[in-house]
Design a protein around this ligand. Structure first.
Ligand code: C2E
Ligand code: CA
Ligand code: CA
Length: 730
């Protein structure tokens, strides 16, 4: 209970109560001394007025013609802190803000002239504690009233109300600014969705001017297919009890552009809950959507070719597998690997290499049916998934088509590139339990295809799996072969055909496997080439060959024979090759001219400019280079001229043709002639019979190698050759 309420409930006309102990009332509450009339003498005069004043929520004071306060009701007493000491006899102007005082005084003077007249004003009153309150007052000249005989001022404290009003105004201004200046497009629409207001951002987004939009509904700029979304959102906003409804729809801007917009529709309701209007705030999410779409595409797409990536492929494979199991028929996974793709990158650069991959992707895409999936598996590998195949013949036919897609050369950056590939396939039918090993099986088949000589197609069979496992154990064992003393170099003499004397030895590696017996280098060298093992084996070969060469010193007659060591591609492209060979030479004390390194054409052609550099470095050191297996690769004559190997080793297939005839003779003769013209030393490989030897001699080939003289033998048997005084030629 406020003090004024208490006052009002206890009208008291008696003189101020005596000071002393505070009595308690019947209710046990504290009985406050009621502030009585200001002037005890006036009490009687105002008794009626007081009854009214006491119960009024408004302020009531009565002034005499001087402006002196002669009565104040409890509200006035509370407001101005009026007590018999303060206020009685005080001039009312003392309680008026100095700025308002002159006006109030003027009004008062005017008022005195006309009995019964009233003046309305809003003034700032000063509270006893200095606080300013705003009062709306009505002053009435009641001098002619027998009971009052004064100016009655009726006032109401409107401070709070005015404050509230100005806040409301501020709020409205703020809201107007928030709407108009908002970066987010906003609009208002009536209950029927007719636009009442739009902000600049909205006009900018849609391209429509304000005057074009007002009064219209959103069909003006909504993408026609999305009209239904507008209706649905309206329905939800009207029927639902949410304070806003969110949805996404497409807008067609004035310039025809289609954008995606996220919209929040909030209904504004009156006190009865009826919708008066809708506030829409919107966001153009076109770019955001595009980005998300791009990101999710990226997650499933190979960025270079735009084909499916591994993740997507594996997902499609699972689905395809399930369908085949359900419907029957065959499914197939083809894994394609480009042969010597590294050569393209090295020769033409990565830009051309990338373009070639894209072109291959496009060609393969031309083969796909809607149920097929094509994937770039990484690097130069592609996966092709097909289902609904009826039998093995269809699988073979598709494999052919895939390989044949590369038949035509690719025209890239002005160059015409021929790219071949190997293909491995894994086929499944409804009996196959799971897909997890399918890609791996295709990979095993691919390996087999490459092993059989690239450009081929092989379908996986379970035995291949055993072979793959076998290869794996073999590699493990090979890694320990050197340490276990299972490796050795064998030496095959190289004969000068004219004299029959030994001019050198080719060092050939042998692996004496504890259980498998002699493992031929054709088997283990390609395995070692798949990893770093070949570098270790290569170093072993060079070390052993040089040690042998050192032991030949002073043996036989004439110049000490040279040693020829085979280098694999990986070794030849090893940047440390020249340095490690020259230090091995130094260690052995063997003269560089007694060392020959054999590389195959394919090795030499992988990176022509780098090959030339290494060749010239070796040449400067005095080390000879032989081009091995000549005639089996893709050598062009211009490469031969470029690389200038000192020695050419004519491949066995020319020396021992499957069917001898005038043509094979002509080819052999031409190769020998070519070498002579280019001033290179020609060595015929694989000579087995006297007849073959005779033929070579007739074509004036200088050197030969082969079982006709000797196979490769261990080092301790080499000394026999010297003891017997060179191998003689019949
Ligand atoms: P390649 O360099 O062409 O070696 C010649 C191969 O022909 C040798 O087989 C040799 O034994 C065989 N051969 C020699 N004369 C005759 C003949 O009259 N008739 C027949 N049918 N064959 C003959 P091998 O020793 O089995 O070596 C096979 C291949 O393994 C070599 O071919 C070479 O490419 C590779 N290789 C051998 N040793 C090494 C090595 O230490 N390092 C590297 N990187 N490769 C090696
Ligand atoms: Ca060789
Ligand atoms: Ca050879």
């Amino acid at each position: 209970m406020s003090e004024s309420d208490e006052n009002r409930s206890e009208p008291d006309e008696s003189p101020p109560p005596p000071k002393g102990p505070v009595p308690t009332d019947a209710m046990g509450g504290v009985e406050r001394p009621a502030p009585g009339p200001l002037d005890p003498l006036a009490a009687e005069r105002f008794s009626t007025l007081e009854v009214v004043g006491h119960n009024s929520r408004d302020l009531i004071i009565v002034l005499d013609d001087e402006g002196t306060i002669i009565y104040g009701n409890p509200v006035a007493q509370e407001l101005f802190g009026l007590t018999p000491e303060v206020g009685v006899g005080a001039n009312a102007l003392d309680f008026v803000h100095p700025e308002d005082a002159p006006r109030v005084a003027e009004h008062f003077e005017e008022l005195l002239t006309t009995p019964g007249a009233s003046v309305r004003d809003t003034i700032r009153a000063l509270k006893a504690n200095g606080e300013i309150r705003e009062l709306e007052i009505v002053s009435t000249n009641s001098f002619d009233h027998p009971l009052v005989r004064g100016v009655v001022i009726n006032g109401r404290d409107v401070t709070q109300r005015n404050l509230y009003h100005s806040q409301l105004e501020m709020l409205e201004e703020r809201f107007r600014l928030a709407f108009e200046e908002n970066m987010a497009p906003m609009s208002f629409a009536d209950h029927d969705d007719h636009i009442l207001a739009v902000n600049d951002a909205f006009c900018q987004m849609t391209g429509y001017g304000r005057e074009e939009l007002l009064g219209r509904d959103s069909t003006l700029f909504t993408f026609p297919e999305d009209f239904g979304i507008t209706e649905e959102s309206h329905r939800r906003a009207v029927t639902g009890d949410l304070d806003h409804v969110r949805y996404v729809k497409r807008y067609r801007c004035k310039d025809g552009r289609v954008i995606v917009v996220e919209i929040s529709r909030a209904p504004a309701r009156d006190a009865e809950g009826n919708i008066i209007y809708f506030v829409f705030s919107e966001r153009d999410i076109t770019e955001e959507r595009a980005l998300t779409a791009q990101l999710s595409r990226q997650a499933l797409q190979d960025p270079l070719t735009g084909l499916a990536n591994r993740t997507l492929f594996e997902d499609r494979l699972l689905q395809a597998h399930a369908r085949v199991v359900r419907r029957g028929g065959l499914g197939a996974v083809f894994l394609m690997d480009l042969d010597d793709f590294k050569g393209v990158n090295d020769t033409y650069g990565h830009v051309v290499g990338d373009e070639l991959l894209r072109s291959i992707g496009r060609r393969l895409e031309g083969l796909t049916r809607s149920s097929d999936t094509l994937c770039r598996f990484g690097g130069d590998e592609f996966l092709y998934l097909a289902e609904e195949l009826t039998d093995a013949r269809e699988v073979d036919a598709l494999a052919e088509r895939i390989l044949n897609a590369l038949n035509e050369p690719f025209d890239i950056a002005g160059a015409s590139l021929t790219q071949r590939a190997s293909l491995g396939a894994a086929v499944w039918d409804s009996s196959r339990q799971d897909t997890s090993a399918l890609i791996q099986d295709a990979d095993v088949a691919l390996y087999e295809a490459k092993r059989l000589g690239r450009g081929r197609y092989v379908t996986f069979t379970p035995t291949m799996h055993n072979e793959a496992a076998n290869r794996f154990t073999l590699i493990q064992e090979l890694a320990q072969a050197e340490a276990r003393g299972e490796l050795a170099m064998y030496f095959q003499p190289l004969i000068e055909l004219a004299t029959g004397s030994i001019r050198g030895f080719e060092a050939l590696m042998r692996w004496r496997h504890p259980t498998r017996g002699m493992v031929p280098p054709d088997v283990f060298i390609p395995l070692a080439e798949q990893n770093h093992l070949i570098v270790e084996l290569g170093a072993f070969a060079i070390r052993e060959a040089l040690a042998a060469a050192a032991s030949f010193d002073g043996a036989g007659d004439g110049d000490a024979p040279y040693v020829s060591v085979n280098l694999s591609a990986r070794q030849f492209h090893d940047p440390h090759l020249v340095a490690s060979i020259s230090s091995a030479l130094e260690e052995s004390g063997v003269a560089p001219r007694r060392l020959v390194l054999e590389v195959t054409e394919t090795v030499a052609l992988t990176d022509v400019s780098q090959t030339r550099l290494v060749m010239s470095q070796l040449h400067r050191l005095g080390i000879g280079v032989a081009l091995d297996d000549f005639g089996t690769g893709f050598s062009s004559l211009s490469y031969l001229v470029h690389l200038r190997p000192r020695i050419i080793k004519i491949d066995q297939s020319f020396v021992r043709p499957t069917s001898r005839g005038p043509e094979s003779d002509a080819i052999l003769e031409l190769i020998i002639l070519l070498g002579r013209k280019l001033n290179m030393t020609m060595v015929a490989e694989g000579v087995e019979t006297a007849e073959q030897l005779e033929r070579l001699r007739s074509f004036e080939c200088e050197y030969g190698q082969g079982f006709f003289w000797s196979p490769a033998v261990p080092l301790d048997e080499v000394s026999n050759f010297f003891r017997s005084g060179a191998v003689t030629v019949n």
